[in-house]
Design a protein around this ligand. Structure first.
Ligand code: DOR
Ligand code: ZN
Length: 443
């Protein structure tokens, strides 16, 4: 057994917040107790001193692009799962927009078994809603569920047809599956490459209005209500979306959602590289930073504040990274042509702790949004240290300062807007199923 002793254990699902000893017994948590290891236990078992550290349930990330199969130069299941545990993330849901798309049992089984072989974070496949994620014919959701998919989504693209989405929600409901949506009305977003607003006007870039997201959030809430299905809204970025979700929940619609660290940390000003003067910013003469380009785009300060408020009051259930690896050539191009997306597995926890330090989010709630909150969204039996739970643990030094150096990431890609930032809070050790899968190398 392994005794993690003397740390501040924060396990919101287990209603624990205080100095405790966490005992791991093989693949499972045995107990969380006040007493330290006895002399006899000390003799017989491994005891890790966690004084001054946080001991958390392993983090659960509902939204990760691993790029395998098909684009292994950007990321593989193994490199992504390794990066996850370096960030304290012990469960990742792998988005299906791979090549081929994960719309069949064969691809889903491949993703799952690669994850098991890698032996780092648990890798749970998401299946596509429609074949090839083309938005036309429904994928065989029963087959996908049978093959281990924990959710269906066409992430990266919306299902534009309301009729197809209605059927998808009905099928998913009958199978007990959640439908995760990338809410974007393409007729509103077409041609835009950043948030529509004063910053886009100043920079001379074409905009994507927040209503491109809000309109789809509203539509999908209507359809989920009609179908009596569970809808999960990915990467909520706009205040209007939060408002719509809050209203739907108050009526009893089964809708959950997530937000990303970049949307609660940055605004559209980052497109001009103005919020940070750190290394890694665009060189002089480069007016735009393509590392601030993603869908949905970074929004205004009032949107950012709405996201933070909703994380605090629980309308947003989960923090998810939307880790989206891209190669240098995808980003070192004109802003309009640059690929959408940034990596996030190795910076998510520290950025969340920044909100805690700013007084925007109590620590226990932050941990909930990173662990049991996301687990609850999809009914996953992880994200807690209750007795019998999988022995997935992150041990974190909340005060440790470190400078983000994308070249030292475990991820195969480097496209982080936080490169060069100094962050506080570092994962020292991560356990998955009782196995030590990450130990921070000092120096
Ligand atoms: O920025 C994004 N990148 N948004 C998405 O929805 C997809 C993702 C990707 O796959 O690169
Ligand atoms: Zn998406």
């Amino acid at each position: 057994m392994i005794f993690l002793e003397g740390g501040r254990v924060v396990d919101p699902a287990g209603k624990v917040d205080g100095v405790r000893t966490v005992i791991l017994d093989g693949e499972r948590v045995r107990e969380v107790r006040e007493a330290k290891a006895s002399p006899g236990e000390r003799e017989a078992h491994e005891v890790i001193d966690c004084k001054g550290l946080l001991v958390l349930p392993g983090l659960v990330d509902l939204h990760v692009h691993l790029r395998e199969p098909g684009e292994e130069g950007k990321e593989t299941i193994a490199t992504g799962a390794r990066a996850a545990v370096a960030g304290g993330i012990t469960t990742v849901v792998a988005m299906p927009n791979t090549r081929p798309v994960c719309d069949s049992a064969a691809v889903a089984r491949f993703v799952r078994s690669r994850g098991v072989d890698a032996g780092f974070a648990r890798v749970l496949p998401a299946g596509a809603i429609t074949r090839g994620s083309l938005g036309e014919q429904l994928a065989d959701m029963a087959e996908l569920k049978e093959a281990g998919c924990v959710v269906v989504t066409d992430d990266g693209r919306p299902v534009m047809s309301a009729g197809v989405m209605r059927r998808a929600l009905e099928y998913a409901r009958d199978l007990g599956l959640t439908v995760m949506v990338h809410a974007e009305d393409l007729t509103l977003s077409a041609g835009g490459s950043m948030n529509e607003g004063p910053v886009a006007t100043r920079l001379g870039l074409s905009g994507v209005p927040a209503s491109a997201e809000i309109a789809m959030v509203e539509r999908d809430i209507l359809l989920a209500d009609l179908a009596r299905a569970h809808l999960h809204i990915a990467h909520v970025s706009a205040a209007g979306s939060v408002r719509a979700i809050r209203e739907a929940r108050s009526r009893g619609v089964h809708v959950t959602c997530e937000a990303t660290p970049h949307h609660f940390t940055l605004t559209d000003e980052a497109v001009a590289g103005e919020r940070a003067s750190a290394p890694g910013r665009p060189p002089p003469g480069e007016p735009y930073d393509t590392h601030a380009k993603m869908t949905p785009p970074l929004r205004s300060e009032s949107d950012r504040q709405a996201i933070v408020g909703a994380l605090a009051d629980g309308i947003i259930d989960a923090i998810a990274t939307d880790h989206a690896p891209h190669g240098p050539l995808d980003k070192q191009v004109e802003f309009q042509s640059a690929a959408n997306g940034i990596i996030g597995l190795e910076t998510s926890l520290a950025l969340t702790l920044s909100l805690v330090r700013a007084g925007d989010l109590p620590l226990a709630r932050a941990v909930e949004r990173l662990t049991s909150g996301p687990a609850r969204c999809l009914g996953l039996n992880v994200g807690t240290l209750l007795p019998g739970a999988p022995a997935d643990v992150a041990i974190v030094d909340p005060e440790r300062l470190w400078t983000v150096d994308a070249h030292r990431f475990f991820s195969r890609s480097r496209n982080s807007p936080f490169n060069g930032w100094t962050l506080r809070g570092r994962v020292l050790r991560t356990y998955v199923g009782g196995r030590l899968v990450h130990l921070l190398e000092e120096g």
